[in-house]
Design a protein around this ligand. Structure first.
Ligand code: PLP
Length: 382
């Protein structure tokens, strides 16, 4: 079948079959892990296999990248050893000096790193990217080269209009990169909405089993920034390892099923928790009361994700005590795995964080949603 006559497959099918790659020697249905870091040269000094050295050529890593590119509707994807390695790769490949506009509320680790971006010769303005007027006003004509948004963003689940920010970015000859870790390609494909680069902490939903550290970037048509990102990864060796890439491909096979179930359970929990006497606010883009709900409905097709936060009426101490009383939920950082996690978020973000002290972040896993609800309710005291 040539490419033209191939049926256009759904994300669920593409992911489940991991693009249909198998092991041709034994006809094993599951591709092996290619661990080789070096390859044999031909007697005539050539490399007919096309493979030379592990840091640059690895079939197992390439396979995982091809799956991500297919899921995101991208031409090309690159995998790194963590989400932070992927995110920082974008900033470290910018022409110097570049002015960056970024979401005020985002994954705290990246925000902390960006606060010090001046040491790399760049400057940054943090804005509430849900407020498009603020985004427009942050532009420094001739200087702004990159917009960085995370949507929905950690841990308030603020929603940013990707299409609108892409328009603002392109009008100022800048690029837009979207951290789409929380939405996943199941619900949002930022590249189809005008973003230039999509980024994932693949440690989270893409892998989904809390056992791989990985980060991904993907593009439709990579320009000069993309070439520099690739060159830097090659030279700096920030690439993921083959075993992690293999596990990631295995995890992605169930991505669609997992995140849809997690989003259904998160919606159930958010709706049930609204109005609980111990809770002052439930933050979830799927609630019609969420300020970003209308945009989320437009750009998150099929679900609002598996992340929500609750604010405890009686403040920080009671929030920490509530997290201490859960039996089923696990008290841990991170998100997107099969096990449900609860976290007093400001304890990890520390001073200067925009996260309210009374906030508990919930990453909904794949356990029974009624059992998760009962466990939370017994932990909440009035
Ligand atoms: N982006 C988001 C939205 C995250 O939640 C995280 C980690 O929590 C990162 C990026 C960083 O990813 P990693 O921990 O894989 O380096």
């Amino acid at each position: 079948m040539d490419d033209q006559s191939k049926p256009k497959l759904s994300l669920r099918t593409l992911a489940a079959q991991a693009l249909g790659i198998y092991e041709p020697t034994t006809m094993g249905l599951v591709p092996p892990i290619h661990a080789a870091t070096t390859f044999i040269r031909d007697p005539d000094n050539g490399y007919r296999s096309g493979h030379v050295y592990g840091r640059t050529d690895n079939v197992t890593i390439q396979h995982a990248e091809d799956v991500i590119a297919a899921l995101e509707g991208a031409d090309e994807a690159l995998l790194f050893g963590s989400g932070m390695a992927a995110a920082t790769a974008v900033f470290l490949a910018l022409e110097m000096p570049t002015h960056i506009v970024a979401s005020k509320v985002m994954y705290w680790g990246l925000r902390s790193w960006l606060q010090d971006i001046g040491r790399y010769g760049h400057s940054i303005t943090f804005v509430d990217t849900a407020r498009l007027e603020d985004v427009r006003q942050a532009v420094k004509p001739g200087q702004t080269g990159l917009f960085w948004i995370e949507t929905p963003s950690n841990p308030l689940w603020t929603v940013t209009d990707i299409e609108a920010v892409a328009e603002i970015a392109h009008a100022s000859d800048a690029l837009l990169c979207v951290d789409s870790t929380v939405s996943t390609p199941v619900f949002t494909r930022p590249l189809n909405l005008g973003a230039d680069i999509v980024m994932h902490s693949a440690t989270k939903y893409l892998n989904g089993h809390s056992d791989v550290s990985a980060g991904a970037l993907a593009v439709i048509q990579g320009g000069s920034l993309w070439s520099r990102i690739k060159q830097n990864r090659r030279n700096q060796g920030t690439v993921i390892g083959p075993f992690e890439a293999w596990l990631l491909t295995r995890g992605m096979r169930t991505l669609d099923v997992r995140v849809r179930a997690q989003a259904t359970a998160a919606t159930f929990l958010a709706e049930k928790l609204v109005g609980h006497p111990a809770i002052s606010d439930v933050l979830y883009p799927g609630l019609t009361t969420h300020p970003g709900h209308d945009i989320a409905e437009r750009q998150m097709t099929g679900g609002f994700g598996g992340m929500l936060s609750i604010r405890i009426k009686d403040g920080e101490k009671v929030a920490i005590e509530t997290a201490a009383r859960v039996r089923l939920w696990k008290r841990a950082t991170s998100l997107g795995g099969i096990e449900s996690l609860i976290e007093h978020r400001s304890s990890i973000e520390g001073a200067g964080s925009p996260c309210p002290m009374d906030l508990l972040r919930l990453s909904v896993g794949l356990e029974d949603k009624d059992e998760l609800y009962s466990d939370l309710v017994q932990a909440l005291r009035i």
